[in-house]
Design a protein around this ligand. Structure first.
Ligand SMILES: *Cc1c(COP(=O)(O)O)cnc(C)c1O
Length: 372
């Protein structure tokens, strides 16, 4: 079935007991044994499995075309679980341009714990090959990257990783399975902050790892989930299932608006650069066309005059809300260098934009007055 149909139905079957079309939220933390000691549906205790969480995991598995999924209480918890499933001394290749939280997990938690990490420009395949070590076990892909919207060539990186005997993980938070299909391109793990487009309404925090194979390595991830215990609440799982139903249509609308806003911004004299893979002049445009169904709802823009000019524009916008995060119905704008602190690699004049579902003309008019 197509993704629109899967989004509405996968994991969401009407409740057999009551006929409820929308599944109930199972808040129970514990489940009754049968007289013979067995469990009716295999659920024992909600940290291990919960019916609402199982529905969410089935939905995400179907959306990404994977074999299994582990849902977490945040995107960071999912990222941390995957890195923690490796062994001390294992080596990881991660992109130079990455979501700053991923860098923080690697630097502040995993490197101290004994994981070896090299940050490399993932758009430079020769540099990626050069950074491989005999101990490289995982290559982390983030595309489009944060906040420069660099496009990494997923299929090429999978080939390099396979030759080296390493797994690949792709953070598909920005593209979503509507736009990019990492598992079909040979990626082993898809990572999500479900807080963003999958939830879609800026009211639930969550994460997920979807695996291409339900194998012995995924069993390690599952242990990180159930023993580590960073699981989402049943209500959060239910909210995510609710958001997922409209995901394919929201992504079309986000993209339609972002294309118009990006195009308009490129023509403004106070704008130095627009980073958006849908623009022909974007360095990753051709790769993006090959692996993205549409260019998505995220862009970043560099304002002439650096930090103060960018902050001034952000402060004058009225329809855009100046806030972190992305993927909700409302348009958000953020000066990334301020958020990322001293280790930032973001240009000082850069504003990251999550284009929402308002009318594109209202968004453009808002930029017009803020840039005037
Ligand atoms: C937000 C985000 C994360 C982290 O997710 P949380 O839900 O905030 O923990 C990871 N990767 C990307 C690309 C993100 O945008």
């Amino acid at each position: 079935m197509r993704i629109e149909t899967l989004a509405v139905h996968a994991g969401h079957a009407p409740d057999r007991e009551t006929g409820a079309v929308i599944p109930p939220i199972h808040l129970s933390t514990t489940f009754e044994r049968e007289p013979d000691g067995s469990y009716r549906q295999g659920h024992v205790y909600t940290r291990y499995t919960n019916p609402t969480r199982s529905q969410l995991e089935a939905s995400l598995t179907a959306l990404e075309g994977g074999a299994a999924c582990a849902a977490f209480s945040s995107g960071q918890a999912a990222t941390h679980a995957l890195f923690s499933s490796l062994d001390q001394g294992d080596h990881v290749l991660a992109p130079l341009d990455h979501y700053h939280g991923t860098g923080a997990v690697l630097r502040d938690l995993m490197m101290r714990w004994g994981l070896e990490v090299t940050f490399v420009d993932m758009t430079d395949l020769a540099a990626v090959r050069g950074a491989l070590r005999p101990t490289t076990r995982l290559l982390w892909i983030e595309t489009p990257s944060n906040p420069l919207l660099r496009i990494a060539d997923i299929a090429a990186l999978v080939t390099i990783a396979r030759e080296a005997g390493a797994r690949t993980a792709c953070d598909n938070t920005w593209a979503t399975p509507v736009i990019t299909r990492p598992i079909e391109m040979g990626v082993d793990y898809v990572v999500h902050s479900t807080t963003k487009y999958l939830g879609g309404h800026s009211d639930v925090l969550g994460g997920a790892l979807i695996a291409a194979a339900d194998d012995e390595h995924f069993a390690r991830v599952r242990t990180q989930q159930t023993v580590g215990g960073a699981v989402p609440s049943p209500f959060d799982c239910w909210l995510l299932l609710r958001g997922i139903r409209t995901l394919p249509w929201r992504m079309r609308a986000h993209t339609q608006n972002a294309v118009q806003v990006a195009q308009w911004l490129t023509e403004h004299p106070r704008v130095e650069r627009v980073h958006y893979p849908g623009l022909r002049e974007h360095p990753g445009h051709e790769v993006a066309r090959g692996q993205m169904l549409m260019p998505g709802g995220m862009l970043s823009v560099e304002i002439e005059g650096g930090r103060d000019a960018a902050l001034g524009v952000a402060g004058r916008l009225r329809v855009f809300t100046q806030a972190t995060s992305l993927g909700g119905t409302e348009s958000l704008i953020e000066h990334r260098a301020s958020v990322e602190g001293p280790l930032t690699r973001s240009p000082e004049g850069l504003l990251r934009v999550s284009v929402g579902l308002e009318h594109a003309d209202d968004l453009i008019e808002d930029f017009e007055q803020a840039l005037a």
